[in-house]
Design a protein around this ligand. Structure first.
Ligand code: F6R
Length: 610
């Protein structure tokens, strides 16, 4: 949700800013802009559309400014337009502001500023910050920023500069990520690690209310009272090459194919063969008594991560004595969840910056829960606020549609379920060893599953003009039907619904005719016969069936239109294997429809607004 970047140092700022924006484009891509102070004059360039449009504007210009700010936008207040693109300035064009987040009280602030004579040039909430800075300006930049943010409500990560102090950047944040870095050539601020990986791997994460001054090769940190504070860096061992396409047509395809190695990383050094359990160092700080006496578990997340939670519920309730509830983060925090100090809350988030999930986490914590999070991004807000973090170690996920983050979340939840089963005695040593053997096979099984790529590419061509799709599955694979439908709709813009197969006859069956492709997940398990009955119900109404199963011979007889076999694994691991064809099918349909599938319309990678 918007990416901000700033640089001050010895090098020309513009190429560094543009490259950082390009790396953060997946955070928002409806407009972009940069601001430089060149020979005492503010140079502001903004454009509607993607970074490429901004590049065209800058193509024939050269700038030698060593300090600047940049922004790539996902519109919240004000439609995408050049005027609404950041950076924003005050009336005199002296303060420059880039912002990620939402200023919730902007309307009142704006009215007040208008009464004082300020003239607004955009419809954004952000512009009030520039005018407030102007209004509060005392000559001391730091104090001016402090006074300004005191009147802001909402979420913000701000990068600020002033024309009279052209080598200084000020950064501050509340409930939006802001990362600070340094190397021999200069100082950086950005919304995202991926924008800074090229420059530094030892990064500072700004906490709510903290202010940072980047000037003359020095970074200074202050708390909200402007008292000087010391901060430690976090080492990020992601490699910048990981955030590149490496010959794949899209990041999404690359990330789909990275799943075997990503899962190997998730599992690495976590298998405890001696105890037939999982090393969860991340929760070592949790009292063993607490873990054994958990009253209930809440699994909380949004979107794809929420689908992982649904699978997690099946796994945890099957393998341990604990009751698990699944909530959307934005629903959890606004109802009255029964949370006490015996509650374990598992927050799942790839980015660790999803505003809804952060708010749910805070609500759970306030009510006494212990928080274990499953995150991909190191040092992210969810990770920092949790009592323990299980990092999925999937590497940077650039495609807006989540793939490898999801399957590594599934693996993490499988590991947690073994751990809970082992500590509570519901899984004995022999069963534990069997499960560990099964999970370590998964990377190889996924390599085999990925061999379906070409067949699914061919199949996809049949569906590029379809308007609707149905995805059906039962039990632990029902969330994968939801995930298949979500992947398809978000990148191909084809309407798709996921249903538990048993629910179809309660309504959705009315939709089925020869124009409705129906994807059915039919793994070999105790629910297979029932799923095959649902398949026949679809066939009887003329629907086109695409079945993913583990044994063709069991399905063949039903005159299915398209059957694909996925490799065999135990029942509880079928969701991981079944996910791969869902991702590939969605990918190839979207690709053949020609959508911008790494950056689908209206979406952004990390949703930092509520
Ligand atoms: C779908 C997708 C989203 C995210 C959701 C949560 O492909 O990526 O549905 O899963 O916005 O994001 P995180 O996991 O970063 O909290």
């Amino acid at each position: 949700m918007c990416g901000i970047i700033g640089y001050t140092g010895k090098l020309d700022a513009l190429p560094i800013i543009m490259e950082g924006l390009q790396r953060m484009e997946y955070r928002g891509y409806d407009s972009a802009g940069v601001a430089l102070i060149e020979n005492g004059k503010l140079e502001l360039r903004r454009s509607l559309g993607k970074i490429i449009e901004l590049k065209k504007i800058l193509e024939n210009e050269t700038f030698s400014a060593k300090t600047g700010l940049g922004h790539t936008r996902w519109a919240t207040h004000g439609r995408p337009s050049e005027d609404n693109a950041h950076p924003h300035t005050d009336c005199k064009g002296k303060f420059v502001v880039v912002h990620n987040g939402i200023i919730e009280n902007y309307y009142d602030l704006k009215q007040d500023l208008i009464k004082k004579g300020h003239v607004f040039k955009s419809e954004t909430d952000t512009e009030v910050v520039a005018h407030l800075l102007e209004e509060n300006h005392s000559g001391d930049l730091l104090k001016t920023v402090k006074k300004t943010v005191e009147s802001l409500q909402g979420a913000y990560a701000l990068g600020i500069m002033h024309i009279d102090d052209p080598e200084t950047l000020i950064a501050t944040c509340n409930a939006s990520p802001l990362i600070i870095g340094k190397n021999g050539s200069g100082l950086f601020l950005a919304s995202d690690i991926t924008a800074l990986l090229e420059h530094s791997k030892d990064l500072y994460f700004l906490e709510n209310g903290e202010v940072c001054v980047l000037k003359n090769e020095k970074i200074e940190f202050f708390n909200s009272d402007l008292e000087s504070i010391k901060k430690e860096t976090t080492h990020i061992d992601w490699n910048p090459v990981m955030a590149q396409k490496q010959g794949y047509k899209h990041y999404m395809l690359k990330e789909i194919f990275e799943q075997p190695s990503a899962i190997s990383e998730t599992l690495m050094s976590r298998i405890n063969w001696d105890d037939a359990s999982i090393y969860l160092d991340e929760i070592e700080g949790f009292d063993e008594d607490f873990m054994k006496n958990i009253s209930r578990i809440y699994l909380v997340a949004c979107g794809t991560a929420w689908h992982a939670c649904l699978v997690g519920k099946y796994l945890i309730e099957k393998r341990s004595p604990f009751i698990a509830h699944v909530d959307y983060s934005h629903e959890f925090r606004y109802r009255n969840p029964k949370v006490d100090d015996k509650t374990l809350m598992i927050c799942v988030s790839q980015s660790g910056e999803t505003a809804d999930t952060i708010a749910a986490l805070e609500e759970g914590k306030k009510r006494g829960a212990k928080i274990l999070s499953i995150c991909n991004v190191l040092g992210s807000t969810v990770a920092r606020k949790s009592d323990g973090v299980l990092y999925t170690r999937a590497g940077p996920e650039i495609s807006v549609a989540s793939t490898k983050a999801f399957t590594t979340q599934l693996v993490s939840l499988f590991m947690i379920s073994i751990y809970l089963g082992r500590i509570s005695g519901t899984i004995d040593k022999a069963k534990g060893i069997k499960m560990l053997n099964d999970i370590v096979e998964i990377p190889d099984l996924l390599e085999k599953t990925l061999e379906m790529n070409n067949d699914l590419k061919k199949l996809a061509g049949r569906y590029i003009y379809k308007q609707d799709f149905l995805f059906l599955a039962r039990g632990i694979n029902y969330p994968i039907a939801l995930e298949g439908a979500l992947k398809l709709k978000e990148i191909s813009y084809i309407h798709a619904e996921g249903y538990p197969a048993g629910e179809m006859k309660h309504g959705p069956i009315a939709l089925i005719d020869q124009d409705m492709p129906v994807v059915i997940l039919a793994p070999k398990n105790h629910l297979l016969d029932k799923t095959l009955t649902n398949l026949q119900e679809v066939k009887a109404r003329g629907g086109e069936t695409i079945v993913f199963c583990q044994d063709k011979s069991e399905v063949d007889k039903y005159n299915v239109d398209h059957i694909f076999e996925v490799p065999e694994t135990i029942h509880d691991l079928t969701p991981i294997v079944m996910t791969i064809p869902m991702q590939l099918l969605a990918y190839h349909i979207a690709d053949q429809r020609g959508t911008d599938l790494d950056q689908p319309r209206n979406l952004a990678k990390s949703v930092t607004v509520e």
